[in-house]
Structures are given as C-alpha cells and as structure tokens.
Design a protein around this ligand. Structure first.
Ligand code: 16G
Ligand code: ZN
Length: 532
C-alpha cells in the first residue's frame, strides 16, 4: 500500500481551520457537517489499525447516539468488537487535527513507524451508520478514506452500533473455536432470538412490551428482530419509530431523555400494569419503566438491570453446583448508592468502580470470571471470561437440575452481546429473567429503593483544570476543592457527591444523592456553587 493517493483524496475533504477535534469517551462527536474531514481521516486510520492487527477487520461506526440530530460522530471498533485500544486514540486526534493534506500523509507515516506496521497487508474495514441526516455525507467521506488506501471495505448499511460491534467480532472469529455467529443483521437476529426462545419456551407468556425507539435506528431493527423471533414470547409494540421526519430523533424521547428527566417519553402513554422500555438513538442503551397504581412513574435504570442480571446469574451458578465461579459487578460513580449497598450487603457479590465510559467498565469486567457491567444510564453488558467458560466446560452435574442450570448458563452466554452494551440483547436478557421469575416490573423494582439523586451540568471557563482520581469520585485539582465538597457532603444524611469533567461536552458534571429529595437537591446545588 502506498500513501500516494492520500493528498488528492484528502483535498476533497478539507479540515475546517478553526476546529480542534478530540477522540473522546465515545470517539469524535460534534456537529455533523463539521466532521467530514475527520471521518475521511478515520477511514485512513482504520486501514492502518487493520494492518497493525495483521489484516483483521476493523469497524467504523458513524453515529452520535443520544445526541441531537444535527450532531454526528465516528468511532473505531477493534477486532473482537471492543472499543479502540486507548493508545490509538491519540493518533486519531492527531490525524484529525493535521492542518494540511501533506500533514495528513506525514501523520500516517508517523503511525506506521511508531507501530511498526507492515503496509503490504490488505486492510479490511466494516462500516455502518445510524439514521442521522448527515450520515450519507459522512459515509461518502469515509468511503473516500478507504478508497485512498485500497481497503477491502464492506458497508453494513443502517444498523445499530452494537450490531456493527457484533458483526466485526463475527468476521474476525469465523472458522475458529471462538466463532461468534453469522456476520449479518439476519445472523444477529437469529443468534439472539434462538437463545432467547431456548431460555423462555414452556414458561407463561409475557404481556406486550412497549418500546420507545427514540425515532432512531433501533426502531426498524427491533421490528426485524421481532419478525425473526416470531413468537408470543416477544410481543412488542414500537413507539417513536419515525426515522424519516427531520427533527424527531431523540427529541423528548429515548433512554437518555427518560433517565435524565425521570419521566415518560413523549409519544408513549403509560398505564399502570404496562411494561415499557426506551432505547437511545443508536440502540446501545436501554432503561425500563412503569407507572404504579396511582400513576407514579418509576424508572428501572442500568443499576436496576445490573442487579437483576447479577442476581439471576449468581443463583444459576449456585443451582449449577459450580463453587469456583464468581459473579462480579462493575459500576461507575453514578451508580445509585442503594444499588451498591444492595450488591455488597444483600447479594454479597464483589463490586468495583470504573471511570465513566463503556471501555473503562469493560476492562474491569474482563478481570472477573463473570463480569456484569452497567452504567446507570443503561449502557452495559455481561462478560463470560475464559475462566468462566472453563468452569462451565468442566462442570460435572450431579443432578438433572444442575445439568439444566449449566445449559441455561450456556444459553445466557449466547443471548448476551459480549462485545459491547446492546439495548436489544439486554432487552432480551431482561425479558428472559422476568419471564423465568414471573415478575412484573414492579416486583423487579422491589429489590431496593433508589436514593434521590440529581445530576447538574456546570459550564466553566476551563474544564481541564478539573482532574479526578478514585474512579472520578475524588478531585485532585483544583487544589482544595475536594475538601470543600467533603465538608458540604458531611452535612447531609446518606449524602454523596462528586465532581467530574465531562468527556463529551465542554462542561463539568456534579452528581449528588442524599436521604431525601430536598437534601439531595440542596447538596447538588451547594456543590455546584462551590465549583462555579
Ligand atoms: C459517552 C459514553 C457513555 C458515557 C457518556 C458520559 C460510550 C460508548 N459512551 O456517551 O457510556 O456515559 O459518554 O458522558 O462509552 P460525559 O463524560 O459527558 O458525562
Ligand atoms: Zn448510544
């Protein structure tokens, strides 16, 4: 491969002079039209990443998730469907900010040298996008980047972010002992659908699940999943499915809106006894909710999903008679304090904290045998790590009940998208557990009661002065501010608060929780006042 064609192609996608790009928590993200040069260059870097992995397929997803429709974003997916290795993020930012077409070429050469890349290897890239209006423009820019380096490229169309993660993993594991499934939309639906039916068939059938698809790509995709499953066990009604009309994506609906505002989305009428969930704009997050008898709204967020799943897995491991297989839970500082106490004190499972952003949780979960990880916002999954797979393979059931539990654990592993948090796979997992336990959402919610919490956004002059340690729970800079926060928190029963710089916006976030709604709000606003 040569870089000869790069300057010519690069000239078609000039970088706006006044913008500095940063590969953040979830890749590059900003106003869609401003991303053309960046997406073009991500195509170039995807090629080098593939070569650095001996020609494995690298994924490129064009999406801005729950963000506004005018925004867009792009991120790279590593060979097993995981987020791009962190050490490459700096290359992404450097390439995105190269001032001239010639500079683009020299950054590429620099990466080749630094990573000792064999550029004679044929690079392979799989890409997809969500439903955003700037998607086609950015897809064109990406295709130019891939063409400039003669990449063997495959377009997977308009699919969810987790579907592309799944496809990348399937492509790279095909024909090996770790084969993950058919690398296609149909393969995805069939793998997860079959595992679901294996787990629920014979149990009583559930009532309709109402899905708010945020007017995003999850809408058509979950319908296809339902068609593929084709069973009363997955009886859904999709709301907010308008992906055609401009200005609807994520507006007053979707998982992020529901979690942030703690109320039902527009476009869905919730009635007591009904079952509801919301996806975000690219269907990698999910939250559930319901109305109680008096019509009050109750949210079942990522923490609730995580505790439901961890409990179920723990019990199944015990029913299987496997003694040396530990289930652990990874949370972030945003996890409601009640959920953390519940995991430690009632479930008696180990729990650790990771920094915000799925990749951080994923890495901590890789260190557990079965690692359940969820952000409170509904983003997460479960990992069955090699020691868990060994334990299941070597399990020696003494009774039919133990054999059945082992089979169920295998089926659960097939039901879960281990490459990344996935609204559709997580939904099937929650549905499976609720069907098996014969639980309503209200019964699921009874495990523990959330402490009142509040999340505030504070606009500051320079968020880079806010630095944290201890999984973002403690400020190390500005000096003295953590002591001030600690002194405020000490005044509130069950008070907890932390300050962290956002990884996606030019702002600082303040989280607070306390025993009462009044205390919690006072705590949040007092800490925000100290930050400002
Ligand atoms: C990104 C993360 C999300 C996290 C959020 C925090 C991924 C794929 N997405 O959207 O998990 O909760 O950032 O945003 O990792 P913040 O840093 O602005 O609070
Ligand atoms: Zn998302």
């Amino acid at each position: 491969m040569s870089f000869a064609k790069v300057p010519e192609y690069s000239a078609k996608h000039p970088k706006p002079a006044d913008i500095t790009y940063e590969y953040g928590t979830a890749g590059f993200r900003t106003i869609g039209e401003n991303l053309e040069s960046t997406v073009f260059r991500v195509g170039l870097l995807a090629a080098l990443r593939s070569q650095s992995k001996q020609g494995k397929v690298i994924g490129v997803m064009i999406t801005a998730s729950h963000n506004h429709e005018r925004d867009n974003g792009v991120k790279l997916i590593d060979p097993l469907g995981e987020m791009l290795q962190q050490s490459w993020e700096a290359y992404c930012s450097k390439l995105a900010n190269a001032a001239s077409d010639a500079d683009v070429q020299s950054v590429l050469e620099e990466v080749v040298r630094a990573e000792n890349i064999d550029t004679s290897i044929k690079a392979k890239v799989a890409y997809a996008r969500d439903t955003r209006p700037s998607g086609p423009l950015l897809q064109g820019a990406l295709e130019d980047g891939l063409a400039a380096l003669d990449v063997d490229a495959s377009n997977y169309g308009i699919i969810t972010t987790p579907q592309l993660h799944y496809i990348v993993r399937c492509l790279n594991t095909a024909g090996t002992a770790a084969a993950y499934g058919e690398p296609s939309e149909g393969g995805y639906n069939s793998k997860y659908g079959k595992a679901f039916l294996r787990l629920v068939e014979g149990k009583p059938k559930p009532t309709t699940l109402h899905i708010d698809a945020a007017n995003g790509v999850g809408a058509p995709q979950v319908r296809k999943l339902a068609q593929s499953i084709d069973s009363p066990y997955f009886n859904i009604e999709v709301h907010n499915h308008d992906t055609e009309t401009l200005g609807k994506l994520n507006i007053n609906c979707g998982a992020d809106h529901v979690k942030s505002n703690q109320h039902q989305p527009a476009g869905v009428t919730i009635v007591p006894g009904g079952r509801y969930c919301s996806f975000d704009g690219d269907a990698d997050r999910i939250v559930y909710y319901y109305a109680d008898e008096s019509g009050h709204f109750h949210l079942l967020d990522g923490d609730k999903i995580s505790t439901l799943v961890a409990t179920y897995l723990r019990d199944l491991v015990s029913e299987a008679g496997i003694t040396d297989l530990q289930v652990g839970v990874v949370q972030t500082a945003y996890a409601n304090g009640s959920s953390t106490s519940y995991i430690k004190d009632s479930l008696k499972l180990p729990t650790v904290f990771a920094k915000t952003g799925v990749k951080h949780l994923h890495h901590k979960a890789e260190k557990m045998a079965i690692g359940v990880y969820f952000e409170a916002n509904g983003h997460g999954t479960v990992l069955f790590n090699p020691s868990a797979v060994d334990a299941l393979t070597n399990a020696d059931p003494k009774t039919p009940a133990q054999a059945d539990a082992i089979q169920r654990l295998w089926a659960l592993r097939d039901l879960i998208n281990e490459s990344v948090g996935d609204a559709m796979s997580d939904m099937l997992l929650v549905e499976t557990i609720l069907i098996c336990k014969q639980w309503t959402l209200e019964q699921w919610d009874m495990a523990y009661t959330d402490l009142p919490s509040r999340l505030l956004k504070v606009i500051v002059n320079d968020r880079s002065i806010f630095q944290t340690t201890n999984a973002e729970q403690t400020l190390t800079s500005p000096e003295g501010l953590q002591d001030v926060v600690d002194a405020i928190v000490a005044k509130f029963p069950k008070g907890r608060s932390f300050v962290r710089p956002s990884g996606t916006e030019d702002a600082v976030r303040v989280y607070a929780e306390a025993a009462t709604r009044h205390d919690c709000d006072q705590l949040a606003y007092t800490v925000a006042g100290a930050v400002f």
